[in-house]
Design a protein around this ligand. Structure first.
Ligand SMILES: [Zn+2]
Length: 388
């Protein structure tokens, strides 16, 4: 049995789905025949090689689907028992994040080693009121970058929005910054003196890569727009959750100094009037078409564009086109998603994980229902009509 692996490698290539395995292995066969719990249509096969990440991702999708089913199990055929340790390490933290309430890991998951080649992961039938979400496609802001929200944090925003926020707040920090080409960015503090800019929960900085000499101006500009959008969208979801709102500045370069915090130097980027208008239009359009928003007490006529402004700050230099681009995000009472919707799975009757729609997801979140005398909760997904 120990020498099984090399022999199996060739076989795996002939059967990339690993389906043959179940037919050849007595234990897998018995499992497939006798287990009545909801499960995948075929056992997963844990094997060496580049498919490892794919197996982990299939496993997590399956566990997410089973949590949303209420119970079930995932059966593993393991080619090489040495892989078990690696696998456990890779999935433990991620499984923990799938629990949609305050249950402990062992209350929800159970792992049983049948023999050295077989492990079964069981999802216990614990009452779970809310949908388990694999990825919220929404971020929270830390002092030095972004993090994934937990189920509990998301529930809070979904139920309450930014707490005690009365009106949208525009981040106003930019008026206190000075941008000079090639110089460290400074912030004027309340006492009137200037201190070096540092990244914080509501302020982040990004640099532009210089245009490669051989690249066409039009191609470069396309890249700039793509870069701006790709980097902005997670920050928009994070900053809109803060009561202060927040801004990400493009065109600042962090000079890392050993042993001390880095300093941010202003490089800026050259954008003509036309290009600035194009950037503004592109970002606005993408906010409407590529993100989704869940807004409490949504005012009539509210549009996702209202949450974000694109600001071009002059850089003091003899180059009128040189600017720093700020994506300024207002606080909103609710949640935004940078990739249209959160990712969650359900198990089909044929035993495969299938993504749930935003409508199903929102329904399973048991969003607050309309209460007489109060504004209802609206779900705004791009330009589609509200769901509630
Ligand atoms: Zn087996």
């Amino acid at each position: 049995m120990a020498s099984k692996y090399p022999q199996d490698a060739g076989q795996d290539q002939a059967n990339p789905q690993g389906q043959q395995r179940g037919k050849e292995c007595q234990t897998c066969d018995t499992y497939q025949r006798d287990v009545t719990l909801p499960r995948l249509s075929t056992p997963l096969q844990l094997k060496k090689g580049p498919d490892k990440d794919k197996i982990i991702s299939t496993f997590l999708n399956a566990m997410n689907a089973l949590l949303n089913k209420g119970e079930g199990c995932v059966f593993f055929h393991i080619d090489d028992p040495n892989l078990v340790g690696f696998f456990d390490e890779a999935v433990d933290d991620k499984l923990k994040l799938l629990i949609p309430n305050d249950f402990l890991f062992h209350q929800v998951f159970e792992r049983t080693h049948i023999d050295k080649n077989h492990v079964v992961f069981r999802v216990r039938s614990t009452k779970r009121p809310f949908i388990s979400t694999l990825s919220f496609n929404s971020k929270v802001s830390l002092d030095r970058g972004l993090d994934d929200p937990t189920h509990a944090q998301m529930r809070r925003w979904i139920e309450e929005g930014s707490l005690s926020l009365q009106t949208s707040v525009q981040n106003t920090i930019a008026s206190k910054l000075t941008f000079k080409k090639g110089k460290e960015v400074m912030v004027r503090n309340d006492g009137g003196s200037e201190v070096p800019f540092q990244e914080s929960v509501e302020m982040q900085a990004k640099q532009f890569e210089p245009k490669p000499e051989t690249m066409l101006e039009t191609d470069w500009f396309m890249n700039v727009k793509e870069f701006l959008w790709a980097k902005s969208r997670p920050y928009i979801t994070a900053f809109s959750k803060l009561q202060t709102g927040g801004s990400v500045f493009f065109g600042l370069r962090e000079e890392k100094l050993e042993g001390v915090t880095g300093k941010f130097v202003c490089d800026g980027i050259k954008l003509s009037e036309n290009k600035r208008a194009d950037v503004d239009k592109t970002i606005r359009n993408k906010i409407k078409t590529e993100m989704a928003w869940l807004i409490h007490d949504c005012p009539k006529g509210w549009n996702p564009e209202h949450a974000v402004s694109v600001v071009f700050h002059a850089v003091t230099a003899n180059e009128p086109d040189l600017c720093v681009v700020e994506i300024a995000v207002k606080s909103v009472r609710g949640v935004s998603f940078y990739d249209k919707q959160p990712v969650a799975y359900k198990l089909t009757s044929r035993g495969s994980p299938q993504p749930v729609t935003f409508e199903e997801w929102a329904k399973r979140q048991e969003l607050p229902l309309p209460v007489p005398g109060t504004e209802r909760v609206d779900l705004i997904e791009a330009q589609n009509p509200p769901l509630y």
